[in-house]
Design a protein around this ligand. Structure first.
Ligand code: SAM
Length: 242
């Protein structure tokens, strides 16, 4: 895969999981250069002249959503996220909260307290990172909302999103290694069922970017598959709902 947008392999240490952004033990952290590339490819496909409303129905700790919020802050107007796992939802809420002044202030107070108690260099570095991340946010931050849901159920997704406008779905779906698919059993493969389920909450023209392991194919007759590439052990597919 050749990077078309995230041309520079920049230093992402301010965004490292567990530094300012909260870590969920056992949860995979999505590579940020790839996240940035996928976001920008999707943005180019959408061709909108306003910031995007982003949704991830299998968000985990919302690590890549939170990092994208900081990286592309002026180009994202809201972030909606869901996960079937209660612990993931709690961490995702804290992470999306970092995209607003209250959450960031709370995190700063936490880090200051840890620095005062333990005097570790890592806490001082995290405070520096927080300062850098704060500068990237628009005034008032980016609104985010997280709900617990089985994304394979269209009714549950519909109830959770509450009719919110969605321009881009960007999901790093379960791989079956650190995190497997959970939820209602069905005859079709889970990724097909996720695409089916998403039709209940998105409109034609919405871009859906799916990162998956090489064993899962992101394809569904209601969507046009517009881009597909492999990187490491992942494959990324960009689809447009017709
Ligand atoms: C690969 S992880 C996502 C990691 C995330 N991108 C991040 O950066 O933190 C996949 C997530 O899908 C969730 N999941 C599994 N089955 C699900 C389902 N039916 N509905 C919603 N979420 C599900 C898992 O709980 C896990 O948190």
């Amino acid at each position: 895969m050749t990077y078309r947008f995230a041309l520079e392999n920049q230093d992402f240490s301010d965004y490292a999981s567990g530094r300012v952004i909260y870590n969920l033990p056992g949860a995979p952290a999505f590579p940020l250069r790839l996240a940035s590339e996928v976001f920008q490819r999707a943005e180019a496909l959408l061709g909108k002249d306003r910031p995007l409303a982003l949704f991830d129905p299998c968000c985990g700790a919302a690590y890549h959503l939170c990092a994208l919020g900081f990286l592309h802050s002026g180009r994202i107007r809201s972030i909606l996220a869901a996960d079937i796992d209660g612990q993931a939802v709690v961490t995702a809420e804290r992470n999306l909260g970092l995209l607003g002044p209250d959450g960031l202030n709370r995190r700063e107070a936490e880090l200051r307290e840890m620095l005062a108690s333990y005097g570790k260099a890592s806490h001082a570095e995290a405070l520096e990172s927080l300062k850098a991340l704060r500068k990237r946010l628009p005034e008032g931050g980016i609104p985010g909302m997280v709900f617990r849901a089985d994304a394979l159920s269209p009714e549950v997704l519909q109830a959770g999103t509450g009719g919110a406008e969605i321009d881009l779905v960007f999901s790093d779906v379960p791989y079956g290694q650190l995190s497997g698919w959970q939820g209602a059993a069905g005859a079709e493969p889970p990724l097909y069922r996720l695409l089916e389920s998403l039709r209940a909450v998105i409109r034609p023209g919405t871009v859906v970017a799916i990162a998956a392991d090489k064993g899962q194919k992101a394809a569904h007759p209601a969507y046009q598959r517009v881009e597909h590439f492999k990187v490491g052990k992942r494959q990324v597919t960009l689809l447009v709902l017709e």
